[in-house]
Design a binder for this molecule. Sequence first.
Ligand SMILES: Cc1ncc(C[n+]2csc(CCOP(=O)(O)OP(=O)(O)O)c2C)c(N)n1
Ligand SMILES: [Mg+2]
Length: 906
Amino acid sequence: MDPLSFLSNAEPGALDALYARYLKDPESVDRSWRLFFAGFDLSRATFGEEGASPATLKEFKVLDLIHGYRTRGHLFTQTNPVRARRTYVPTLALENFDLSEADLDTVFQAGSEVGIGPASLRDIVSHLEATYCHSIGIEYMYIREPERQKWVREHIELAKRPTLDAAGKKHVFKKISQATLFEEFLQKKFVGQKRFSLEGGESLIPALDALIETGTTRGVREVVIGMAHRGRLSTLAHILGKPYANILCEFEGKAYDGDGLFDGDVKYHLGYSNKQVADTGEEVTITLAPNPSHLEAVDPVVEGIARARIDAREGDESSVLPILIHGDAAIAGQGVVYEIAQMAGLDGYRTGGTVHLVVNNQVGFTTNYLDARTSTYCTDVAKVTQSLVFHVNADDVEAVVQVMNIALDYRQTFHRDVFIDLLGYRKYGHNEGDEPKFTQPKLYKAIAAHPSPRETYLQKLLAEGTLTAAEAEAMKDELLAAMERGFDDAKAMSCSVVDDFLQELWQGYRPAKPGELATSPETGVAKKRLTELAIRMNTLPEDRKIFRKVKKLMADRLAMVENDQLDWAMGEKLAYATLLDEGHPVRISGQDVERGTFSHRHAVVKTEDSEEELIMLNQLSDTQARLDIYNSLLSEYAVSGFEYGYAFANPHGLTIWEAQFGDFNNGAQIMWDQFLSAGEDKWRTMNGLTLLLPHGYEGMGSEHSSGRLERFLQLGSGDNLFVVNCTTPANMFHVLRRQVHRPFRKPLVVFTPKKLLRYPKAVSSMADLSQGGFREVIDDAKAPASAEVVVVCSGKVYYDLLEKFDDRQPKNLAVVRLEQLHPFPAGALGKVLNRYTKRSKVVWLQEEPRNMGGWTFVHEHMALSGLGDIQYVGRSASASPASGSPAVHHQRHEALLQEVVAMAKF
Ligand SMILES: Cc1ncc(C[n+]2csc(CCOP(=O)(O)OP(=O)(O)O)c2C)c(N)n1
Ligand SMILES: [Mg+2]
């Protein structure tokens, strides 16, 4: 009897009593017992008082055994090439199913269940062992959709697995040979240099090759890959077709081509895109995303790139294939993997199923897998989304290829994620200078004596006569000769080439020229068109039932057009409307962005009765581009990474990630540090991602006040990104438009207000939007040139200060707004300051604590640009960004404003 069955624990006397109670009144027993007894009655009615015949009962036991293999077979596979697996109980031994050796020759109908027809128990077990317990382990029984579960069963049980013909086997042997020989070649030529050898996991190369080759027969035209260090160079060479010479030149460590300012990155981080012709003759564009050392950080970026390409192909998920290659330690330990798993089925983020490949070498640096996770498998995150999982012995190259073909077929059929755990080992230490015997002495003794997967496969092919030793030798010579030629070419090259990534999509764009960021382009839009768009985006259809408050909001906005007083939402939404009207698609995602956290945006309006979604920004004209706006899952790291990826593959459009409150952006810190700020400098890539970070001190406590301006300013260097803090709807309008009205792309970080969303004075006119462009610095139009004190500030503290002036204009003081902080607009600010010829004091006013906000940055840049000294007015330095007490907030805020008021003469 199944030892886990609840019946095995039941006391027979108690059962009888329960049954008697059930017979009297079925409702008197628990529902589960009622169902059980109903089944019992049915069986007695069907099979008589004696129950089913022993033969029939045995059939059930065999079915139970089959079920056991399906659900638990993966625990007893031979998938580990170098060590024994952990033991799991109960096993699949016959006695655990109330069967025995004596039953082995009995023929059971249950054989039909696994596609072999009535068969002896011996044959059924042998079929089940071959299916579930050899080189391939399969986890799929938790999939709740019967259709998907049936598909998997049919593809693995019913002898329908794809097999290789002789030519196919030779091709696989060539790919594994390339992988093996390349590592040996590098080891010989560049002794001790870091390359993160793939040895022990060389099957990755035939695996990727099979995935892509088969993919092209199933409609795949673009492949987007994200991967870490392990095996990356081999993937670049043997999957993406990056010339050996270019890779080997990077080993030589030569300087990069260009102006010498470019920092570049280590060779196993660079991205690459290339068009390859598959054996089928189909062209396929393969892109490997550049990535930082931070493991798994590239995952959402790859998904974003893939989604942008799917959108560009009008939603055709079959034509674009995202592949993520993970390490076993990283996939188990990094939370961003969970975040992308949760994204996989969401409308705003789905990419038609990602193929996840784990190069599982059973170790992470020095850490044994037993210390690296609690879950049984490193891939267990897959179960969150009921994804199909394969575990495959990386030594069995044919099994690996077989699994890849099934995985691809599954992905193209269901557009769901699939995980392949490629179980191998790591021949050397973490890198080539590392000693693995310090930490895994026993394992590394076994590994030292273990033949390579190529050698194992070669012996198999020789034994079955698919290949002769001479053929194998000739192939080896040919492959090595190509590597030697690359080596010679690399020596002759004068510098390392950083090849453009996604170059086809970036045609027509160029990097910014020195000094080009000092001014902003004209981004105004003719008043007539602005008015038309403003009316359209705020006119709701008459025939829909819409919530009264929303109707009023839209009516108020129409009135703003009449009165020529546009509020924040109008400035922001008109930026989108005008860009869409000009053919630039706009994509916005983040938490609650459709309505807007502060209820200002209402980009998506729901009808009251049917909750139909109305996006008036998509009702502007027949020729407009599309606005895609999605409330995101509650993630910062993965969602911002996704949008960064989207912006990579969509330079023509405006891509925005908005934080709920700016304070939460640091959940995505790796994205800012490793991608947003440094991408261009490391990888020569451009990216126009725009961040909207609600920011401002309004007494809401330590996590609802600061978007951490200081952190983004610290990341600023040269022209790497824009950091702005706008105070007018017009400037918000222009800065968003500026993002796409330039021949280059730079990330833009916008600190957005809360209070100003409904602040009567934070309004702009149609003329402000139809003329000029973004203003880096806004002078105090009313201040006399004779002002002696010039207060420079940024953001909503400007209006807080004006409130303290009670509508009086100080005679001696000007308040200048620094709308752009980085790149520091030294020229524009200098010009404004120079208007105040009698100035004796320049003050920096901020609401953030002294160790935060713009202070240290502005202080330093005033000095660096020769603009003179500047004094500080603001909160004292503080560990926490803001007080949790509204009273303390108010007191501190008042104090800093009064410090300035005291300087003013009216
Ligand atoms: C987020 C992050 N933390 C730490 C590291 C340092 N690190 C580099 S490789 C490595 C081990 C990775 O193990 P695994 O994912 O199994 O890949 P393998 O090197 O075994 O192929 C660690 C911890 C890193 N690169 N990224
Ligand atoms: Mg590992």
